[in-house]
Design a protein around this ligand. Structure first.
Ligand code: MGD
Ligand code: MGD
Ligand code: SF4
Ligand code: MO
Length: 680
């Protein structure tokens, strides 16, 4: 029996786990690591399943190659040789596309190798799950603070008032706010006399634990937030404590959104909007936090912007107990030109580039539309866009028309079934783990590195797979990691340690990072993780805007306010679709099933009666139709239905529409999709 301590790689909460393995390397128990200073023993049902997941018999252990409809195993050399030949046939690199899925935000491979792979392809066709998720946040923060990675998080452990919109951390365990034991932290907030208000079209598990829940009509958060901003100005409640640009422009724009008008659009009574604004202003420490429900909607970027505007106007940005900027152990923020989007545009719909990528909502257009720059060769890494992207059914057909596709993925699934070659990453326990991305979003500064618990054997790490793809694309040879190290300013003066290239690069980043004395060796000496202290104020040092101040009114966002104003008087559709998550699932690939964990359509009993429904029903949208089992519940607003995404038997993204996007970010719109419902 051996005991190993490692970070759970399954969600953004980065819990420390303690596993026991028998002599054959099989997991016999998984517990929360009580000695982890950040997660303190917390574990959820997904984390508890890590052993099962690690040994899932459906995971591929060798590359597989498709011949027509049949699959056969292949050697790594043969599989990579097929990819090499495909690169040779696609000399025009604009015919090649890369899609990076959600787990690549968690894996070391994603953090260390996906960027260089994207660069080595030399194509503008870079896509990722980010434009089905948090891209509005990057754009809003990029324009306001100058860096799309400067994302404030609520100072969860010290705040006294949390206004939470479109997030359900009791099921998701939190997002863009890394906080192991989010439920416990919310309980502690209320225990110390703080107040939690949840705005959601559903009474979620989180809402049930809150002081107050407010129903909101889907897709209208930007209206509500502008109503709050309006009230702060109208009642003289602003207390801006930072050097900002654009305060007057925001005041002018907010005049168009008085609570009485906003009430009609959001379904929230004007007096509630006014009271929330007053509460927010009166709280000694407050934070506004908004997540996926408010990103994947028509006005996603405006909503993310207004969240930070509120944090600034109430004096809570960059202040303990408010919304603060974490400082990751590997943070590197070289001075660049101020953030901008639209450095190039997509070929078919002319959508602007954002963060070096194009919206996944236009991936099908770029595959289907002939002409120069048409995608003919697709690489997917850790993604399942057939299930996760808007109008997944169209992508499904488009993938079938490609000349060549290679997927780096442990599973044969709805997306990878179209690949010619699947290259599987090693098992979870054969993989080292460091949360490069998520530790920059943590509510406490913290670092932890987990070495692989089991030997790799003959197979490559996922990083080595991506590095090999990059080298096949460029034709270069040599040591990939040493090349990257040699290109990094300041690295030449360092003595680097580590058992492999990934560890040496981690050591380099820690030694070049903002904490003195931090190194791989130091993290290895702290197998339960290292507490790096509470969040500290970081402005104005962190700002990279042209003015050197917080930009409250970036012109690109003001321009989008016209679109918002135009929608003030529109009649809402009779019925709209939103999503949800379940504690025991993970997007499209981890349904640990059991209990209530199924893809049912939540619908208010009043709508069931009005539409004469029973049992199952057919849901139709502009994109497609789907027959689903109904779950009548008064926890959802009348006029709203909710279906989780990622379920093969009822793919919610058959209904979502790729032509609807959040304009500034190109992000997909999953919430507020107009639908009709008929008895089967
Ligand atoms: N309707 C609707 N659609 C949505 C959402 C919604 O709320 N509603 N949410 C959106 C969001 S937030 C996201 S992030 C996207 C997710 O979109 P995607 O990332 O495209 O989809 P996932 O379902 O996360 O697929 C993950 C893939 O990675 C594979 N995988 C798992 N672990 C590893 C690993 O270690 N390495 C590699 N290489 N592969 C691995 C899995 O087998 C699976 O194929 O979906 C979006 N889609
Ligand atoms: N168990 C589990 N955990 C997960 C995942 C998972 O699939 N399962 N996925 C992971 C991923 S990739 C992500 S991005 C995070 C997301 O983490 P969260 O943002 O917490 O995601 P959800 O739990 O889907 O909560 C979103 C809430 O938004 C509400 N909502 C929908 N439309 C609107 C709207 O227009 N306005 C408002 N105010 N609310 C709205 C929904 O009813 C839902 O309760 O979760 C991560 N964690
Ligand atoms: S909350 Fe997230 S990180 Fe923690 S055990 Fe569950 S899945 Fe793993
Ligand atoms: Mo996500």
């Amino acid at each position: 029996m051996t005991t190993v301590h490692r970070t759970c790689p399954l969600c953004e909460a980065v819990c420390g786990l303690t596993l026991t393995l028998d002599d054959g390397g099989h997991v016999t128990s998984v517990r929360g690591d009580k000695d982890d200073p950040f997660s303190k023993g917390f574990i959820c049902p997904k984390g508890a399943s890590l052993g099962k997941l690690d040994e899932d018999p459906d995971r591929l252990s060798r590359p597989v190659v498709r011949e027509g409809e049949t699959w056969r195993e292949a050697t790594w050399d043969e599989a990579f040789d097929l990819v090499r030949q495909a690169f040779a046939r696609h000399a025009d690199r604009q015919s090649i596309a890369l899609y990076l899925g959600n787990p690549s935000a968690h894996t070391m491979a994603g953090a260390l190798y996906a960027g260089p792979l994207a660069k080595s392809l030399g194509t503008k066709h870079i896509y990722s799950a980010s434009t089905a998720d948090q891209m509005p946040k990057h754009v809003a923060c990029g324009l306001m603070f100058g860096d799309p990675l400067s994302i404030p998080v609520p100072d969860l452990d010290r705040t006294g008032y949390l206004l939470m919109l479109g997030a359900n951390p009791l099921d998701s365990n939190g997002s863009l706010c890394t906080a192991p034991d989010f439920p416990g932290r919310l309980k502690a907030l209320r225990r110390r006399g703080g107040r939690l208000v949840v705005v959601d079209p559903r009474v979620t598990r989180t809402a049930k634990k809150a002081d107050e829940h407010v129903f909101i009509r889907p897709g209208t958060d930007a209206y509500l937030l502008f109503g709050l901003v309006h009230t702060l100005f109208a009642e003289g409640l602003t207390r801006v404590a930072l050097e900002v640009e654009g305060l007057e422009e925001v005041r002018e724009q907010a005049k168009h959104f008085p609570p009485e008008l906003v009430a009609r659009r959001t379904g929230i009574p004007a007096e509630v909007i006014v009271r929330l604004a007053r509460e927010l202003a009166a709280a000694e420490h407050a934070a506004v936090y908004a997540r996926i429900g408010t990103c994947t909607q028509e006005f996603g970027t405006l909503a993310q912007w207004l969240v930070e505007v509120l944090n600034v106007l109430t004096g809570n940005l960059d202040r303990p107990g408010g919304a603060m900027f974490p400082m990751a152990a590997t943070e590197s923020r070289p001075r660049r030109k101020p953030y901008r989007t639209g450095r190039w545009a997509s070929r078919v719909r002319g959508l602007p580039e954002v963060n070096g990528e194009l919206p996944v909502a236009t991936l099908a257009d770029e595959i289907e539309t002939p002409g120069e720059g048409q995608i003919r060769f697709l690489i997917t890494v850790a993604g399942n866009p057939v299930m996760s992207a808007p109008n997944g059914a169209r992508l499904d057909a488009a993938f079938g028309s490609l000349d060549f596709m290679v997927s780096v993925d442990p599973y044969l699934n709805e997306t990878t079934r179209h690949a010619n070659v699947i290259l599987p990453p090693p098992r979870v326990l054969q993989t080292g783990h460091f949360d490069f991305a998520l530790l920059g979003l943590a509510v406490r500064n913290y670092a932890r590195y987990s070495r692989p618990a089991l030997p790799l054997g003959e197979r490559p790490t996922e990083g080595q797979i991506l590095a090999r793809l990059a080298m096949l694309a460029t034709g270069l040879e040599g040591d990939f990691d040493e090349f990257i190290i040699s290109q990094t300013p300041g690295a030449a003066e360092l003595t680097l340690e580590g058992e492999n290239g990934a560890e040496r690069r981690l050591d380099m980043m820690l030694k070049l990072g903002p904490y003195d004395g931090l190194s791989l060796g130091k993290l290895l000496d702290h197998p339960h993780g290292l507490d790096l202290g509470p969040l500290e104020p970081r402005l104005p040092g962190l700002l990279k805007t042209a003015s050197g101040r917080v930009e409250l009114a970036p012109p690109q966002l003001l321009a989008d306010v016209d679109r918002l104003r135009a929608g003030l008087d529109t009649e809402p559709p009779e019925l709209v679709l939103i999503g949800r998550r379940h504690l025991r699932s993970n997007n499209s690939w981890m349904h640990l099933t059991g209990g209530s964990n199924t893809a049912t359509l939540q619908i208010n009993p009043a709508d069931v009666a009005r539409l004469g429904l029973d049992g199952e029903a057919t849901v139709s949208s502009a994109a497609g139709r789907l027959t689903v089992a109904l779950e009548p519940t008064d926890t959802i607003m009348p006029g709203v239905v909710s279906l989780p995404h990622g379920w093969a038997e009822a793919n919610a993204n058959v209904l979502t529409n790729e032509s609807a996007i959040d304009v500034p970010s190109g992000n997909a719109v999953f919430n507020g999709v107009p639908v009709t419902i008929n008895a089967r």
